[in-house]
Design a protein around this ligand. Structure first.
Ligand code: NDP
Ligand code: 8X3
Length: 249
């Protein structure tokens, strides 16, 4: 990936941090973003000067728009955008869920992702080269109780990815949506704000890892230019589907 510059959102943890490590190990330059500056500084310390940390909140439109213009020369000309930053908050039924949490998920997973993509695409189109890799979820295709707005944000990511393909077909800009199932990162800690509840999600299961997803992202990003992987859905072998719920009176 020596001629690649990757812009990775949510690189302070989980899939994003693992992808930054994977890409840098393969020679890429990486712009790593997230809100937690201490995590970004530690990643810069670990990975060296091919990593450019940028503190960025996905809910700040103006910061997203100017982040691209403010890149130093060595990191300008983004070739791969990994739209990974995102979160699930809570698992309450829709009538009891927190409206503030719904809005935070929509602003981060949908609005921020769309705004940043809109900021990056003109450069990719002008250069005739690029790849947008969006992180969706199985939650975007399979409903589950309490998944309400989180699943809906990931359904947006799925359809936005396919619609981008339609617009970019003649621009040599690829688009991929990767839709993982259960993966052990800080995801459940963020969702439940409770270490024990988060650990219970993965108990007795061999879940996917950040490295598994990073490997998948690396694979799609390094395929020959004429191949576009539209969608990938992956799960732990120990995860599958339940049946329909029926409420009997
Ligand atoms: P983590 O919680 O480990 O990482 C989430 C990342 O998103 C962090 O780096 C966090 O950075 C960043 N982030 C969250 N909110 C914001 C914000 N407002 N502004 C900037 N960055 C933000 O979870 P994962 O690595 O598991 O999640 C990565 C993506 O994968 C998410 O989109 C998630 O929905 C998706 N996913 C996760 C699955 C799983 O089971 N783990 C399965 C399917 C999809 P910081 O807090 O520093 O801002
Ligand atoms: C994360 C997977 O099943 O917890 O997107 O919603 S799930």
């Amino acid at each position: 990936m020596k001629d690649h510059v990757a812009f990775i959102t949510g690189a302070t943890s989980g899939f994003g941090a693992a992808t930054a490590r994977r890409f840098i190990a393969d020679g890429a330059r990486v712009i790593a973003t997230g809100r937690r500056k201490d995590r970004l500084d530690a990643l810069r310390e670990e990975l060296g000067d091919r990593l450019h940390p940028v503190v960025l909140d996905m809910r700040d439109d103006q910061a997203l728009l100017s982040a691209i213009d403010a890149l130093p020369a060595a990191f300008a000309g983004v070739t791969v955008l990994v739209n990974n930053a995102g979160l699930a908050l809570g698992l309450e039924p829709a009538d009891r869920a927190s409206l503030d949490e719904w809005i935070e998920m929509i602003e981060t997973n949908v609005r921020g992702l769309a705004v940043l993509t809109r900021a990056v695409l003109p450069g990719m189109v002008a250069r005739g080269r690029g790849h947008v890799i969006n992180i969706g979820s199985v939650a975007g295709g399979y409903p589950y109780p309490g998944g309400n707005v989180y699943g809906a944000t990931k359904a947006f990511v799925h359809q936005f990815s396919l619609n981008l393909r339609a617009d970019l077909v003649d621009k040599n800009v690829r688009v991929t949506c990767i839709e993982p199932g259960m993966a052990e990162t800080e995801f459940s800690l963020v969702r439940f704000k409770d270490q024990a509840k988060a650990a219970a999600v993965y108990q007795g299961v061999v879940p996917l890892t950040g490295e598994d997803i990073a490997e998948t992202i690396h694979w799609v990003a390094t395929l020959p230019d004429h191949i576009n992987i539209n969608l990938i859905e992956l799960m732990p072998t120990q995860q599958a589907f339940g049946g329909f719920a029926v409420s009997r009176k």
